[in-house]
Ligand binder design. Structure first.
Ligand SMILES: [Zn+2]
Length: 126
């Protein structure tokens, strides 16, 4: 015997019932359950959403990341606490980038930096 899934008891202003499946053992669906609290501020909901951020591997990507944070803060789309954490992380990344060896600058070697010896493509003839 198949039991019928209980439906939500909520009634809309025009007196029709919601009809969505009720939560297990409850009289209302997820949306109409009295324990469900609506988001107080729609900006807060938007600010909690994640967004893609390019990994800051060089100076231009760092600048892009900082610009992204500024734009989202200005549009009230980013939680201030999260923005502070991200900006602090970007500061650490910037410091690490400035202290890391200039591996991307092999083409512009200074006289104090020895050039890496080229690896021969084939062994020398005997
Ligand atoms: Zn409902």
């Amino acid at each position: 015997m198949q039991t019928k899934t209980p439906t939500c008891h909520h009634r809309f202003p025009d007196n029709h019932r919601c009809g969505s499946p009720a939560l297990r053992g409850e009289a209302f669906c997820y949306y109409h359950h009295p324990d469900r609290r609506p988001v107080a501020n729609p900006y807060a909901r938007r600010a909690r959403r994640g967004f893609p951020l390019t990994p800051p591997t060089d100076q231009p990507s760092l600048q892009n990341a900082v610009a992204e944070i500024i734009v989202r803060l200005a549009a009230n789309q980013l939680d201030v606490h999260r923005a502070r954490l991200i900006l602090h992380s970007l500061q650490i990344a910037s410091r690490n980038l400035s202290q890391s060896p200039p591996t991307s600058r092999w083409a512009h070697q200074s006289p104090s930096t020895p050039a890496p010896s080229p690896v021969p493509a084939s062994p020398p003839p005997p």
